[in-house]
Structure formats: structure tokens, C-alpha cells
Write a new protein. Structure first.
Length: 256
């Protein structure tokens, strides 16, 4: 069962369950007719996160997806330092990725097998003996209420169904931190509420820490803390209600 309470970490694990960014900047070199030009994506990010659930709010192109990808080393900082429970993703990527599960906005980025069942079995290949994988994969799908999708072609599924399957594949490997990039984008109201309850259950019963980006300010209310990202900087840090208010003001000022 994927929702059993997580056991206490042993003494060999990281001592601090905390995520910290210190003077973190990320940028890329754009090739222009006059030569390479540095384009900043994130600038001087300083934040420490230890809440069970954190929402990251921002417009498209604000840098929030890049910020999320720093959590498990999909992106590395050009300067500054990222620590995930005392581990540096740039130097200890394998250990960090064993702790941090990442769900992309587009499930096509991570669903690689013909059916949901096969995809989750693939996720379990290093954790569960081959003879037990099918039953374990079915149990994960059952927990998410999507066991009926087990042997359907992923190409026949709706975008929202694919998103839930991608989440199931990540949860199958028992992450301690779950990072979701715009998880509600493809979900209808029914599945959005299913996701809300699922994430709350993961936090309450299994001790998973959840970090997600969203445009859905109602969904952001699930979080204990919310960051507003604009032009590559964290411009506001508070509770979700206050952060949502500040984000609305920011959007209105940009459009006037």
C-alpha cells in the first residue's frame, strides 16, 4: 500500500529535512548575431523550505518551472548553492533523485511504456522482484482509483488520465519529496479534487513533502506556504491567501 506512514529515517540518512537555496542564479547563453548573450532565468534566489506543502505561483515564463527543476538536479545552478535535506543535487544527483519524485506538466515526458501497468512496473524494476511487480503496480493504480486504466493504451487516455498515471509511476518509488509542475493543467474538476485529496493524504499519512507550481489559485490554497515568482525572482513569500492576492495585483498591474 503506498500510503502507509513512512518509517523514521535511520541514522545514515540526511540529518536535516530542509530545502535551501542560497544566492541561486540560473541562466543560459543565447546565440545572437553579435555573439553569445547571457539570459537570466532565475536571479539571487534565497529561500529555506521546511513546510509539508509549498505552492509556487507565477505566470508563464516567470521561472517557476526552472525553480522546481533545481529540486532534483534536472537543472543545476550557475551560481549559488541548492541543498535538499543536506544533499547537493549538483554533486549527489543519485541520492537526491532517490528522495525527490518529479511530475512534469506534460505526462508524455515521462510515460514511456504502452500501458499504465507496464509503465509502473518499469518504475518498480529496481525496488520489487520481477515476479511481484505486476501485483505491486496494480496496487498503486488501485490506490489512486485508476486501476481500470491498467491495461489500456496510454495513447487512448485523456490528458488528465495520463497525468494521474504519471503521478502513480512516481509515487510507486516512494519519494520523500514530491514535486509537481502545474499538476492541474490537464485535470477536470473531478480529477482535480481527487488530486487535492491524494496530496493531502500523502502529507498526513505518509509524511511526504509536496511542492507544486500552479496557476490555479484555489488549488494553491492546499499549501501551508506559497511563493510568488516573477521575472526570475521570488517577489512574495507568505500564506497562500496572501500570496494569491499579491499575484492578482501583480497580474493586474502588468496588464494595465
Amino acid at each position: 500500500m503506498i500510503f502507509a506512514r513512512r518509517p523514521e529515517p535511520d541514522s545514515a540518512g540526511p540529518a536535516t529535512e530542509q530545502i535551501s537555496f542560497s544566492e541561486v542564479s540560473v541562466g543560459v547563453l543565447d546565440d545572437t548575431p553579435t555573439g553569445d548573450v547571457y539570459r537570466p532565468i532565475l536571479t539571487d534566489v534565497n529561500v529555506t523550505l521546511d513546510e509539508p506543502t509549498v505552492a509556487i505561483i507565477g505566470a508563464n515564463g516567470s521561472g517557476k518551472s526552472t525553480l522546481l527543476q533545481l529540486f532534483n538536479g534536472l537543472v543545476t545552478a550557475n551560481s549559488g548553492r541548492v541543498l535538499i535535506d543536506g544533499l547537493d543535487p549538483a554533486e549527489e544527483a543519485k541520492q537526491v533523485r532517490s528522495r525527490v519524485g518529479f511530475v512534469f506538466t506534460d505526462p508524455a515526458a515521462q510515460l514511456v511504456m504502452p500501458t499504465p501497468l507496464e509503465d509502473i512496473e518499469l518504475s518498480l524494476r529496481k525496488r520489487v522482484p520481477k515476479a511481484e511487480r505486476r501485483a505491486a503496480a496494480l496496487a498503486v493504480l488501485e490506490e489512486l482509483g485508476i486501476a481500470d486504466l491498467a491495461e489500456r493504451s496510454v495513447y487512448e487516455l485523456s490528458g488528465g488520465q495520463r497525468q494521474l498515471v504519471a503521478l502513480a509511476a512516481v509515487l510507486a518509488v516512494d519519494p520523500q519529496i514530491l514535486v509537481l509542475d502545474e499538476p492541474t493543467t490537464l485535470l477536470d474538476l473531478r480529477n482535480k479534487e481527487k488530486l487535492r485529496k491524494l496530496l493531502s493524504d500523502l502529507v498526513a499519512r505518509r509524511g511526504v513533502r509536496v511542492i507544486f507550481s500552479t496557476h490555479d489559485l484555489d488549488f494553491a490554497g492546499l499549501a501551508d506556504r506559497a511563493l510568488v515568482v516573477d521575472s526570475g525572482r521570488i517577489v512574495h513569500d507568505s500564506n497562500p491567501a496572501e500570496a494569491s492576492r499579491m499575484y492578482r495585483e501583480l497580474i493586474m498591474s502588468d496588464s494595465s
